[in-house]
Design a protein around this ligand. Structure first.
Ligand code: ADE
Ligand code: ZN
Length: 336
């Protein structure tokens, strides 16, 4: 499968948190250059090797998020965000990715005094570089952190620089991420309504650890076009049928689910169920630097190792991935 997909290219990645592409190597380098003090009371931060080791032992989504937010505290300057995104695009190019839709978490940077302008400038340089060097097209999706007060997300959404980036197409959509249980999608109705009025794309993490009702709420209340993860859909046959019928794309992240203990192994994931029920899904990496350095092609391979899919089934996954992409029509036609 590695040969087949690499030869044909991976059509698109829809679920990659750019901050989740921060490798321990780059993390220590930027901590040093920016004089950011990493926790001294956590032995995980003693070395690159000990951090890699700790990343292989996450107990849950929240255990991972603890490290994810500490990790991104080393990102300060435009060139840090550029280096981070360039590192991701190099991996994406190696895996034959043609088009990438990249999440970022502005609130986690704004709170540390980093400006929205600095973040976006770094990404834009990396995106231009990815296109020129590798022909990779990319879009940015601004995510809101559900564990913070909704007022914080609203204030961020209404920042003039953010609104400008939406209006000029630098940011094509919004997402919802961070801790899931206890933070239902309905809390974020206002932002999603405003985003709808602006005519931008909307997605939300739902059904990663949380119940299928969060998937239904994201569809009905937030009116999302995609669902990120969505694996708990397997526990609600009626909703599964609905999602299949309306062709909502799930952005599934197999290695992430295993690393965060949502599943014991990739073979436990409802891939076969989704294929048989006609649920549209793409395969993605989520936070590759935190999940065993498994970038997108490793996730494709893990699915193939676990399920032994046919060429026709891979074709349908790749086509669903392209149809569910948020690139323009001409680009879709190139990818098909
Ligand atoms: N932020 C980064 N990765 C995430 C994940 N897998 N779930 C929720 N929030 C995230
Ligand atoms: Zn995610």
């Amino acid at each position: 499968p590695r040969f087949v997909t690499a030869a044909n290219g991976v059509p698109g990645e829809h679920h990659i948190h750019i901050e989740g592409a921060l490798t321990p190597e780059l993390l220590f380098k930027l901590a040093s250059s920016n004089a950011v003090q990493l926790p001294t009371d956590d032995p995980a931060f003693r070395s690159v090797a000990s951090l890699h080791q700790r990343y292989s032992e996450f107990a849950s989504l929240d255990d991972f998020l603890h490290y994810y937010y500490i990790g991104m505290s080393v990102l300060v300057t435009t060139s840090d965000f550029e280096a981070l995104a360039c590192d991701y695009f190099e991996h994406a190019a190696r895996d034959g990715v043609a088009h990438a839709e990249v999440f970022f978490d502005p609130q986690a940077h704004l709170v540390r005094g980093v400006s929205y302008k600095a973040i976006l400038a770094g990404f834009k340089i990396a995106q231009a570089h990815a296109f020129e060097k590798f022909g990779i097209t990319s879009e940015l999706i601004c995510c809101f952190l559900r564990h913070l007060p909704v007022t914080d997300s609203l204030a961020t959404f209404n920042l003039s620089e953010l609104q400008t980036s939406i209006r000029c197409g630098e940011v094509v959509g919004i997402g919802l991420d961070s801790s899931e249980n206890g933070f239902p999608p309905t809390l974020f109705k206002d932002i999603y309504q405003q985003a709808k009025a602006l005519g931008i794309r909307r997605t939300a993490h739902a059904g990663e650890e949380g119940p299928p009702s969060y998937i239904r709420d994201a569809l009905d209340t937030l009116e999302v076009g995609r669902i990120d993860h969505g694996i708990r859909l397997a526990n609600d046959p009626a909703l599964l049928e609905r999602v299949a019928a309306q062709k909502t794309l799930l952005t599934v992240c197999p290695w992430s689910n295993v690393f965060l203990k949502g599943a014991k192994s990739v073979s436990e994931l409802p891939i076969r169920l989704f294929l048989d029920a006609g649920v549209q899904f793409s395969i993605n990496s989520d936070d590759p630097a935190y999940f065993g350095n498994h970038y997108i092609l490793d996730n494709y391979c893990a699915v193939q190792d676990a399920f032994g899919l046919s060429a026709q089934e891979w074709k349908s996954i790749c086509e669903a991935s392209i149809h569910g992409s948020w690139c323009d029509e001409p680009r879709k036609q190139q990818l098909l």
